[in-house]
Design a protein around this ligand. Structure first.
Ligand code: KE4
Length: 424
């Protein structure tokens, strides 16, 4: 029995499914999850001492790679002064000023400890600001596990949602409407069918939770106009995309200004930190200056902020983005060039997903569902045996970090092409 197997066997008795987050459980790729205990740059090491080139990157935070020295040193320095005070601390102001300088449309922001909290707060704030009950989300987009986001499209696209998780009440789900990603007509129809009742539309500007799917040209701009024309707030969930494609918000690249934005992952540099921010007139509705309550014991704690500030400063100074884009393009071009009869590789910057469906344009969840998830599982396991750690689920995004070398990317591509052709 390997150490991972031994640890998993014992953990499964004390932790549901043996994991602290379901997607880590390898349920969709088969086998038991590996246990990892060390990372360095592009590499991670499992508890049996095996080395892997990591393309999961802790699901997005580690754009600089594992254990970047400057980030670790910032955490050590903060920790030596105390882990948390439950008071105001100077790093909160430094983070707010730094984020505002990188994303100027964030006029005010509030730190949280997870993306789920940031989204949950943004939704409550949108309802409190507009006095309207309903939220529109997109099928295939994931925004954390707050009740109103664990909702699937209802039977009729124009009706309220149905719970996608036990424990979410039909009443809660009924206030979440679901549109089709990249289809502005479905959003328009929902707003027209619920006049004066929609508080906000929440969107992943680039979808990362059904695999990577880019917005079609003009989709986000149309969404912005539609929301503005109907008094509906636009919430950009940039927990994945914030600081991922340039040292700012993805929305800025599309020259659109959301009313609220949520950030996470990279803003914490690998430590628990997330945030919501945006228009001052909306954010001022948050307690203690406004009627919308929100709180968090460890929100803005100095150790998490030290990691996030160090990460954002390094991204601004080093600008790894052209290199990440070149790596992503190379991966997609090579895989689509050699394996188009077996799969389709979407990429943007250093983010990519290999969909196991013959070459096609993948624009929404319906397109994604043509993917052969058992083929992805076979691919994942084969690549794991070759020393590559990909996301253990087809409908996730893979991440290249600034620590990945050209040689590692070329090695990955050659093994991926060979594996895809072999499993066919
Ligand atoms: P957290 O609560 O997991 O910090 O963030 C929730 C969240 C919100 N918005 C977007 C766009 C997200 O992608 C996420 C979380 N992403 C998943 C993986 N795609 C986190 C991995 C996990 O659930 O363990």
């Amino acid at each position: 029995m390997s150490r991972s197997e031994e640890l998993f066997s014992r953990a499964s008795k004390l932790i549901p499914g043996g994991v602290n987050s379901p997607v880590r459980a390898f349920k969709s790729v088969g086998g038991n999850p590996l246990y990892f205990e060390r990372g360095s740059g592009s590499l991670i090491y499992d508890c049996d001492g095996r080395e892997y080139i990591d393309f999961c990157g802790s699901w997005g935070p580690l754009i600089l790679g594992h254990a970047r020295q400057e980030v670790v040193e910032a955490v050590q320095e903060a920790a030596e002064n105390g882990l948390s005070f439950g008071t105001c601390n100077p790093l909160e102001l430094e983070m707010a000023e730094l984020v505002h300088s990188m994303i100027p449309f964030i006029e005010m922001m509030r730190m949280t400890s997870s993306g789920t909290e940031a989204v949950m707060t943004a939704l409550r704030l949108a309802r409190g600001f507009t006095g309207r009950p309903k939220i529109i989300k997109f099928d295939g987009c994931y925004h954390g596990h707050s009740d109103s986001m664990l909702v699937n499209a209802g039977s009729g696209l124009l009706t309220g949602g149905i719970p996608s998780s036990a424990g979410v009440t039909p009443d809660t789900a009924s206030n979440t409407l679901t549109a089709r990603y990249n289809d502005i007509g479905t959003v328009k129809a929902l707003i027209e069918a619920n006049p004066g009742a929609v508080a906000a539309v929440i969107v992943e500007p680039v979808a990362g939770n059904m695999g990577l799917i880019e917005p079609l040209p003009g989709f986000l701009q149309d969404l912005r106009c539609l929301c503005s024309d109907n008094g509906v707030l636009l919430i950009a969930d940039e927990v994945i995309t914030g600081f991922r494609f340039h040292p700012g918000a993805y929305c800025s690249l599309e020259e659109i200004r959301p009313d609220l934005i949520t950030l996470g992952k990279i803003i914490g540099g690998g430590m628990p930190a997330a945030a919501l921010g945006g228009r001052r007139d909306i954010m001022e509705k948050l307690a203690p200056c406004g009627p919308v309550y929100q709180a968090g014991t460890l929100s803005g704690n100095p150790v998490s902020l030290a990691a996030g500030i160090a990460t954002l400063k390094l991204l601004a100074e080093e600008n790894p983005y052209p290199r990440l884009e070149a790596h992503g393009k190379y991966i997609a071009d090579e895989i689509n060039g050699h394996c188009s009869s077996f799969c389709t590789c979407n990429y943007l910057g250093g983010v990519f997903t290999i969909f196991f469906t013959p070459s096609r344009e993948i624009r929404n969840l319906q397109d994604v569902k043509h993917s052969d998830t058992s083929k992805y599982a076979e691919f994942f396991r084969s690549m794991l045996n070759e020393g590559f750690y990909l996301p253990p689920a087809q409908f996730e995004a893979a991440f290249v970090s600034a620590a990945h070398s050209e040689r590692e990317i070329e090695f990955f591509v050659s093994k991926a092409v060979e594996t895809i052709k072999r499993i066919g």
